[in-house]
Design a protein around this ligand. Structure first.
Ligand code: SF4
Length: 149
């Protein structure tokens, strides 16, 4: 980890620590989940979230939510979907969290991850990457397990 990266990480965890301290003392919010899109490139049988016809969040709206979260001393922004990697603003949104010293976390079905996208996520400053799966075998219920098939 280079010096600039180390300093940025330290500032983010300082924000999270302050957030937790405030949360412990005043019962305030520590983290916020944001769903910028309900669109998804898979079609799991049990899914209640996917909606390819729904409107997506604009980057301006994301920044407004982020600013509001910062005013409330939130220390972690979690980005979910749908499939968040389908959202055009994903890299800029993560970079906006990084600029404001707020930790970011994203949950994806993993299908759109490749060397290039992972590099861009890292350069944007993503702190936590969760890959959602439902098991190791292909099933008729979950389409998440078809990676590499
Ligand atoms: S990957 Fe997730 S959002 Fe997409 S269809 Fe499956 S459960 Fe729904």
């Amino acid at each position: 980890m280079d010096r600039k990266h180390f300093i940025r990480k330290s500032l983010k965890y300082t924000t999270l620590l302050k957030s937790h301290l405030k949360g412990s003392l005043f019962n305030s919010v520590n983290f916020v989940r944001i769903i910028p899109t309900d669109r998804c490139n898979l079609n799991c049988a049990y899914c209640w979230q996917k909606d390819d016809s729904s409107d997506e969040m604009s980057l301006v709206a994301f920044r407004n939510y982020l600013d509001k979260a910062i005013r409330l001393d939130v220390g972690l922004i979690t980005i979910l979907g749908g499939e968040p990697m389908l959202w055009d603003g994903i890299y800029e949104a993560i970079a906006a969290c990084t600029e404001k010293n707020v930790l970011s976390d994203m949950t994806t079905n993993g299908t759109l991850l490749n060397r290039e996208s992972i590099t861009m996520l890292a350069e944007s400053g993503l702190d936590y990457l969760n890959i959602s799966t439902d098991g190791l075998k292909i099933s008729s219920v979950s389409k998440k397990n078809n990676l590499g098939s």
